[in-house]
Design a protein around this ligand. Structure first.
Ligand SMILES: O=C(O)CCC(=O)C(=O)O
Length: 323
């Protein structure tokens, strides 16, 4: 919460600010843990809903998808064989950050359509590029761009579909270089994130940490590669500003965002064969081992009272920040 008020601040505003500063610790005491717990086997849909979705708590589930052929089949060689000859969308950036703040812009990656085999050449370091490549298009790219791989996983997670009474909105396929990083953000999805090979490193904040997490408004722009191979940041035409988190949780600028010192990130590594349940509205920052392959399922959240309470927290945080 930037702009903490001084002596002249109205008492009511000071009281709201005090409540917002106390709120994250109070929420944590009500049942959040120091680390992300593991489940060694699946629960029934009802149990999973009661114990994790409803309380909005993350967990890592082992043995949740041991039956998927992908776990044994998906090597880079296999992926090249079944999908190498097709054109796919790849996020290309100069620094590994797609959808992140760069200087005074919110910058999106160049979305390059390229042969999947050319992308694999880069991941396998058969071709050296100064840019960073990541297959990460979040529009259900597994079903839209890689239908030939779908039979090796599942189009939905049956127990989650039953628990939530709906099908996933998107099934995404992720494969990229270790330099590709996903900046801190949150989504309105119940996310089941399954690592097929390699490792993903998540840094998480519960939604209740919102008062300590800064947002700013940025003009949106896109990386465009020039003929000489250098990247330019090109503004989107007539686009509204985008609220985004400027802070890098791995190296937070506490002079600019001192409140973040009070936030308490949870860190976890999700290994091959493990599934992270990442509840809706949790902030997450993601790194990976080189060539990590993952599939995740986004189930739209319920826009219920929990959502409304988060909106209230967000509005109050913005209100005191602006003063
Ligand atoms: O794996 C990643 O790089 C990002 C995942 C993510 O942000 C998500 O699933 O919402």
């Amino acid at each position: 919460m930037a702009g903490a008020g001084g002596e002249g601040e109205a008492p009511a505003l000071r009281a709201v600010r005090r409540c917002l500063v106390a709120f994250p610790a109070e929420a944590r005491e009500l049942g959040l843990m120091e680390s992300v717990p593991y489940l060694d086997s699946l629960l029934s849909p009802l149990e999973f809903y009661r114990e994790w979705v409803c309380p909005n708590k993350p967990c890592i589930i082992r043995n949740a998808f041991g039956h998927w052929p992908a776990l044994k089949k998906w090597t880079l060689t296999y992926l090249r064989k079944v999908a190498g000859s097709k054109m796919v969308s790849v996020a290309v950036t100069p620094n590994g950050y797609a959808d992140a703040v760069y200087q005074d812009r919110f910058v999106m990656p160049e979305e390059r359509h390229m042969l999947f085999s050319n992308f694999l050449d880069i991941v396998e370091k058969k071709v050296i590029s100064p840019s960073v490549f990541y297959v990460q298009k979040q529009c259900s790219n597994l079903t839209e761009e890689f239908p030939e791989l779908l039979g090796d996983v599942e189009p939905e997670v049956p127990w989650m579909s039953e628990a939530l009474g709906k099908k996933p909105d998107a099934v995404n396929f992720w494969l990229g270089e270790s330099a590709a990083v996903t900046s801190l953000h949150k989504d309105h999805y119940e996310n089941l994130y399954c690592v097929i090979s390699g490792e993903k490193h998540f840094l998480l904040h519960p939604p209740s940490d919102r008062p300590f997490i800064p947002y700013e408004l940025y003009l949106p722009a896109t990386y465009c590669i020039s003929e000489d191979g250098s990247f330019q940041v090109v503004d989107e035409k007539a686009a509204d500003k985008v609220p985004w988190i400027p802070l890098d949780p791995l190296n937070p600028d506490l002079e600019q965002y001192p409140e973040y010192a009070q936030a308490r990130p949870l860190r976890c590594t999700v290994k091959a064969g493990e599934m992270l349940y990442l509840p809706s509205l949790w902030f997450h920052h993601v790194q990976q081992s080189h060539g990590c392959i993952a599939v995740n399922y986004w189930y739209d959240m319920e826009y219920d009272l929990k959502y409304s309470y988060y909106q209230l927290l967000d509005s109050l945080t913005k209100a005191v920040t602006l003063v």
